[in-house]
Design a protein around this ligand. Structure first.
Ligand code: CP3
Length: 341
């Protein structure tokens, strides 16, 4: 059903899945994570990555599973070692733009063989009606971590590098575009029905920089993958870039655009939904709070966007403090919805 929406059809109730649906809010994930040791051990052991991917499908019966991995496995495969420190998030050796020749985009697909193996195992284990989504980080967002070596409040180090040295920054983006094309093609060949490209930090760029580092690389990825796999389906998620959404859609050729919870739903319905499927947009805080706040958030999305092409999702990943029972309530309410016309 999710694939049909990506192919241009409308469905009501809409298909539903959740960003970060496998994660720390689930007790069974926390158990698996402890057994695995490190977070990257979970990503690079196909049996464990498969189990993590399937946990939310078993519990909630979502319409899509998303490969359990991380956007930072690409820098790891490019040779910039990544570790996940307990309670501080990702830590990388900060990349100097003088050292770009050390990165080899042609090896990414091979180095991530364990992830690709997981894609095949997951597809074999999933019910036929459940779509499987592959993913990667968008070049801009991945570059923000590669340059700073960690998450940053304002992505300052990467913004500064892009303005100070745009030629060399463009070379880094080109390496990430090439690596992403290769990696996504391998995910599609192993059984992914569609791929999502996460541009979590798109919203910090001005208009010129958004065009150059968000739209242009995404267009290159979509065209590069479709040159070899013409039917490849894409969900783009340029978080925080709603002001650029129409041109992002027109210029990249994505099948769907992911939107966060700060967007005006009536504008989405009138200007964006006629052109493309939209995904989102529930505030993850409503899933933490539950009750009326959750119900009202769900109903507003279904009422305003339910008559067009919609994939129900949160506006960003579910947070570790969310109650798993609230997720069950959300799925039931979306599935029980009837068209109000
Ligand atoms: O959505 C899914 O369920 C699939 C798996 C997935 C993870 N990360 C697992 C993960 C996906 C699609 C991602 C994407 C990702 N990773 C993004 C883009 C989307 C977003 O959420 O903004 C980004 C920016 C990252 C980088 C990253 N990974 C950070 C900043 C962190 C630390 C913060 C945190 O939530 O812990 C991670 C770790 C991470 N990735 C975890 C999971 C389940 C938690 C690690 C753990 O188990 O300790």
């Amino acid at each position: 059903m999710l694939v049909r929406v990506l192919d241009g059809h409308q469905a009501f109730p809409p298909p539903i899945w959740m960003m970060r649906q496998a994660g720390r809010y689930l007790p069974e994930y926390r158990t698996l994570r402890q057994k695995a040791g490190g977070f990257l051990d979970l990503c690079y052991t196909p049996e464990l990555a498969t189990e993590a991917t399937l946990q939310p499908i078993r519990r909630y019966g979502f319409d899509a599973a998303i490969l359990f991995s991380d956007i930072l496995v690409v820098p790891d495969a490019l040779g910039q070692s990544v570790r996940f420190a307990e309670g501080e998030g990702p830590v990388l050796e900060p990349l100097s733009l003088d050292r770009l020749d050390d990165l080899d985009p042609t090896v990414v697909g091979h180095k991530l063989a364990a992830v690709i193996e997981a894609v095949g195992m997951i597809r074999a284990a999933l019910p036929d009606e459940t779509a499987l989504l592959g993913f990667c980080g968008a070049p801009w967002t991945v570059a923000t971590y590669m340059i700073a070596g960690r998450g940053t409040p304002d992505q300052g180090p990467a913004r500064k590098a892009a303005l100070l040295d745009p030629e060399r920054f463009a070379r880094l983006i080109d390496v990430l575009v090439a690596a992403s094309i290769d990696y996504l093609i391998r995910q599609l060949d192993a059984g992914a029905d569609a791929v999502q490209v996460f541009d979590t930090w798109a919203g910090v760029l001005d208009a010129a920089e958004f065009e150059r580092w968000v739209i242009a690389p995404m267009r290159a990825i979509v065209q590069g993958v479709r040159a070899k796999r013409p039917s490849a389906r894409f969900i783009g998620f340029p978080k925080g870039g709603f002001g650029f959404a129409e041109r992002y859609v027109a210029q990249t050729g994505v099948n769907a655009i992911g939107l966060d919870w700060t967007v005006p739903l009536d504008v989405v319905r009138d200007s964006l939904q006629p052109q493309v499927a939209v995904q989102g947009t529930l505030d993850p805080m409503r899933v933490v709070v539950g009750g009326r706040a959750l119900e009202q958030g769900i109903d507003a999305i279904l009422e305003t966007l339910g008559a067009g092409r919609l994939i129900f999702n949160l506006g960003h990943g579910i947070t570790p403090d969310a109650d798993p029972a609230h997720v069950a309530t959300m799925v039931a309410r979306v599935r029980a919805a009837t068209a109000t016309g």
